[in-house]
Structure formats: structure tokens, C-alpha cells
Design a protein around this ligand. Sequence first.
Ligand code: AMP
Length: 214
Amino acid sequence: MKVILLGAPASGKGTLTGFIKKEFNAAHISTGDILRDNIARSTELGMKAKEFMDAGKLVPDELIIDIAKDRLSKDDCKESFILDGFPRTIPQAESLEKCLDELGFKLDGVINLNVPEEVLTSRITGRRVCPNCGASFHIETMKPKKEGICDECGTELIHRKDDNAEVFGKRLDEYNKLTAPLVEFYKEKGILKDIPFIEKAEDIFNEVKKELGM
Ligand code: AMP
């Protein structure tokens, strides 16, 4: 399975990724996770990216495109991968197209998760994520079995710095302005799989499999 996940912040990309990883053993490519790892290690890239991320802004295309290309050329992406949070702009999508061609990869589809804005807002402040495996939880609606600990790998969960109401508003603006045009971009290419808002994560996964014919 080779797919792109599109959707606003807190639309459920991380949760859906968990299901896909388990059933299809797909490599998970999250540019956000790669950037957070660089920040934790205080790399030059991390230092440059941090100011944009803390402000809820997208990191400039020139910083992100090579990271994604590099990750896609690793061996574990040959059979299956999930692109989560990349591409986020039209120039990123165009570069990705070239990169996939060079690697001889064909996408199975671009999954677009539709979630009403009021649901996104209510999800964001209670979200807790695993810094190790990327699994997502919520302090009220999707509690881990043991408080503060990831069900999947036992790592202590974190509350992302940018998961607060103020920065979230800016992230949503960036999404609407720069990322939402990708829906039309992929619709025109005939590979967009539009998923309506469904409450239960498992039902979303079933809908995605149906759309992809898997
Ligand atoms: P995420 O974990 O996908 O929500 O990403 C967190 C933050 O990392 C975003 O708000 C951006 O600042 C940055 N980021 C992640 N992926 C990208 C991307 N493809 N293009 C630009 N910025 C990105």
C-alpha cells in the first residue's frame, strides 16, 4: 500500500496510520516526527524548523523536500508506505511526483480525511502523542490503557507544544491556505479518495480499505 494522507491537524491521520501500519506493515513517513526528532537532537535543521513550528507555520519547502525524498528512498518504503503530513503545499506535491517517478513508485491513492472544524478544535488540546512510535491518544475520548503511557510501545506520552488553542488556529489557517489546494490537485489526477467524517477510527479504516479496493 502506497498512500498519502491528507487532512487538517487532528483529523485522525496519526490514528489511521496506526491501523495501516499494523495490517499492511507500511513504513510511516511523518515529516512532523522527523522535524521533532531534529529539534530534540538540536540539529541545524531542527533549530531552523523550530521557530516555524512553534508559530504554527509551515516549514519552508526547501527545508522539507529533501528530507522526504531521502526517507522515501530507504529500503523499507519499497513495498508500502504512508506519507503523513507530506506533501503540504503544491510545490511539495510537484517535487514528490518527480521523486516517485524516479523511484518507480505508483501511488494507490491520496486519502483525504474530512472532519468538521469544531471537532478538530475539541480534539487538539486533549491529544497526547507517543514521541517514539507516533501513536495518538486523547485524555478523554481515546485514553491509553495506562495513563500517560503508549499502548503500542510503552513510551511516556507527550503533549505537543503546538497542540494548544492559539497555535492550532494558525496551523488551521496554514492548512486552509496552503494544503487544502492539494485536494483539487489530486482530484484532477483521479487518485483522490474522499473520506467523509466518521466518528469511529475503525470504521474510517474500513472505509479507506473499501475506497482503495483492499
Ligand atoms: P505534524 O506533526 O504533521 O502536525 O507537523 C507539525 C509541524 O511541522 C507543522 O505544523 C509544520 O510546522 C511542520 N511540518 C511538518 N511537515 C511539514 C511539511 N510537509 N511542510 C512544511 N512544514 C511541515
